[in-house]
Design a protein around this ligand. Structure first.
Ligand SMILES: Nc1ncnc2c1ncn2[C@@H]1O[C@H](COP(=O)(O)OP(=O)(O)OP(=O)(O)O)[C@@H](O)[C@H]1O
Ligand SMILES: [Mg+2]
Length: 284
């Protein structure tokens, strides 16, 4: 069985989606990026440059998960959009309109159960953690670890504090919670840890040009060897170790996951012609 890695932000668009994609593209085995952000998904218009999939996304999956959970869990991996040519990293596109989030609220437990039933890890981009309706709380609760993605600034740490308290109430403790620091800022990781009471699990550097490849589908040569992806390759094992230590603390030692390395994904597998046919990305 795989694990769920949930990523949330304290707001301010620090780079949750970018971090989810950077981690997925350097993950050592099959992985699904699930766009669970109640504010809407951005991978199709961003990384994939306007590619429109054949109609299967979070809403359709949620309906199927409510109707027939076993079939939804079994079919999920076959329905997803590949992020790399080898189809090792797949994405479940998110909502296209934030107004869908309220209607989706009752479905999150069923959706979380289908993620937990996958044979591969799931990186869930849960967007900004807020107090409103439609938050994917069931996904957070099912996660082996919840990473609060934030910029190294006092403003972000300030915004993260109540969110960490919300996670403590939801999960019963902050054992599964860690900070994933990303992008520009000067607030030291050590101070962040002591201010927020949870560890910094990894740091992704300020690398705007690599980030734009992931967030906006920009082209960049030597993206895979850039600072962001180099750090993401180091961050993934730290997240997995943290998750495994939490699982074994609850249930005893687990069999090691299949760690057969696979190459870092660089380019989306979506052919440019598909993007052009969809009428997007002409001005890329
Ligand atoms: N490590 C980084 N260094 C520099 N820029 C970054 C980094 N990570 C992300 N960015 C940039 O920050 C912006 C926001 O990134 P992203 O869309 O991933 O944030 P988000 O937290 O998912 O936002 P939202 O809550 O709106 O979904 C993008 O322009 C992206 O290229
Ligand atoms: Mg996002």
């Amino acid at each position: 069985m795989g694990s769920i890695f949930a990523l949330v932000s304290p707001g301010g668009s620090p780079g949750v989606t970018t971090a989810a994609l950077a981690l997925a593209l350097s993950w050592p085995h099959h992985v699904i990026v699930a766009e669970c952000d109640p504010g809407g998904g951005s991978v199709l218009a961003g990384t994939l440059g306007g590619y429109v999939p054949a109609g299967f996304a979070l809403v359709e999956h949620a309906i199927e998960a409510g109707r027939n959970p076993a079939a939804a869990a079994a079919d999920l991996a076959t329905q997803l959009v590949p992020l790399d040519a080898d189809k090792i990293r797949l994405v479940l596109p998110g909502l296209t309109d934030p107004r869908q989030a309220v209607g989706l609220a009752p479905a999150w437990p069923a959706v979380a159960a289908t993620f937990a039933a996958q044979n591969c890890d799931v990186i869930a981009d849960c967007g900004r953690l807020d107090a409103g309706q439609g938050q994917p709380l069931a996904v957070l609760a099912a996660a082996s670890m919840v990473a609060v993605v934030l910029r190294p600034t006092l403003r972000q740490a300030w915004a993260a504090r109540p969110r960490i308290e919300m996670l403590r109430q939801l999960l019963g403790s902050t054992r599964q919670v860690a900070l994933l620091v990303t992008g520009p800022g000067r607030y030291p990781a050590k101070e962040m840890t002591s201010a927020l009471g949870v560890p910094v699990i990894a740091v992704l550097p300020d690398d705007a040009s690599s980030a734009a490849v992931l967030s906006d589908g920009e082209q960049r040569r030597r993206f895979a060897s850039g600072d962001l992806m180099t750090a993401a390759r180091r961050a993934g094992p730290m997240l997995r170790r943290h998750a495994a230590s939490q699982v074994s603390a609850r249930t005893g030692p687990q069999a090691p996951a299949d760690e057969t390395p696979v190459p870092v994904g660089v380019a989306p597998a979506i052919p440019p012609s598909a993007r052009d046919a969809a009428g997007f990305g002409a001005n890329r």
